[in-house]
Ligand binder design. Structure first.
Ligand code: RTP
Length: 148
């Protein structure tokens, strides 16, 4: 089953949005396969965002991600990468639709509450970085009520 990496950024944690965000993924029918509450250091954040290292906002982005604890998660389910991005909404909250996480809870691109992998291959890399021991392997007893 497809997996994606989802991170509630420090602003989402500080603003008490952890339960709300987890609830949206759970209610959709996706399965939690990994969860940690951690503060990452600068080299780790730079590694996570290495594809953006040439961007002018890179340093600010790294400062933001290391500014407090984050909730790192693996979510699993059919099309979870693409659907997860839809649940999250457009990168810039000014363009995120109401009903999405960023559309409902964020105003600025540099405080957009949550990260989600943008492709199956980047999800694989991000899960390997954040969960080197691998995600939790289990089968939800609800699956027959979610998948035909
Ligand atoms: P994410 O990786 O966090 O899910 O976001 P994304 O794919 O939707 O967007 P990406 O282009 O990968 O950018 C990563 C994060 O960098 C911050 N950003 N700031 N100031 C700016 O112009 C700017 N552009 C991007 C955002 O926090 C974005 O989520």
């Amino acid at each position: 089953m497809e997996q994606t990496f989802i991170m509630i950024k420090p602003d989402g944690v500080q603003r008490g949005l952890v339960g709300e965000i987890i609830s949206r993924f759970e209610k959709k029918g996706f399965t939690l396969a990994g969860l940690k509450f951690i503060t990452v250091d600068r080299p780790f954040a730079e590694k996570h965002y290495e594809d953006l290292s040439a961007k002018p906002f890179f340093n600010g982005l790294v400062e933001y991600i290391i500014s407090g604890p984050v909730v790192a998660m693996v979510w699993q389910g059919k099309n979870v990468v693409t659907t997860g991005r839809k649940i999250i909404g457009a990168t810039n909250p000014a363009e995120s639709a109401p009903g999405t996480i960023r559309g409902d809870f964020a105003i600025e691109i540099g405080r957009n509450v949550i990260h989600g992998s943008d492709a199956v291959e980047s999800a694989r890399k991000e899960i390997a970085l954040w969960f080197p021991d691998g995600p939790v392997s289990w089968r939800s007893s609800l699956n027959p009520w979610i998948y035909e």
